[in-house]
Design a protein around this ligand. Structure first.
Ligand code: C2G
Length: 130
């Protein structure tokens, strides 16, 4: 069984997230997603609209996702890859190069981001409307 792992905030789920999750899952059999906790988001200078619990609930309802774990630190990826025996780490290419240190432990693939959509653009659009 080929296990894939990826990480993110996944706030205000949109087509870009779904395309990423679908492509990641299509590369193997079992997709684990590390979803950023609200505390970790602060370290990423991000403030999600949905709580960690709701973002986790939504991710777990997506057909491509097999297991969701909390992402609480920048330093947990090596131990996660070992613990879950991940064969492949996948991220959007806005992160290209950032996680190459994982190449010692698993395959690392950066996928092209889906153009024209982002949580930030959704928030900005809604703010301008009301
Ligand atoms: N993504 C994408 N296309 C978009 C938007 C996002 O492919 N239009 C991808 C990102 O590249 C990432 C995933 O969807 O791989 C989740 O995106 P975010 O929730 O924005 O994740 P991010 O805040 O970048 O957190 O340790 C890694 C970090 O937790 C990644």
């Amino acid at each position: 069984m080929k296990t894939i792992i990826t990480y993110g905030t996944f706030d205000l789920i949109h087509a870009g997230h779904i395309h990423l999750l679908r492509r990641a899952k299509e590369m193997g059999d079992y997709l684990i997603v590390g979803i950023s906790t609200d505390e970790f988001n602060k370290l990423k200078n991000k403030e999600a609209y949905h709580s960690f619990e709701d973002r986790k609930l939504i991710l777990e309802a997506i057909r491509y996702v097999d297991h969701v774990i909390p992402e609480y630190s920048w330093n947990q990826k090596i131990s996660d890859v070992k613990e879950y025996h991940a064969d492949l780490f996948v991220m959007g290419d806005d992160w290209k190069g950032h996680f190459d240190f994982l190449k010692e432990y698993c395959k690392v693939i950066y996928l092209p981001r889906t153009e024209g959509i982002s949580t930030t653009s959704i928030k900005n659009h809604m703010n301008n409307k009301w």
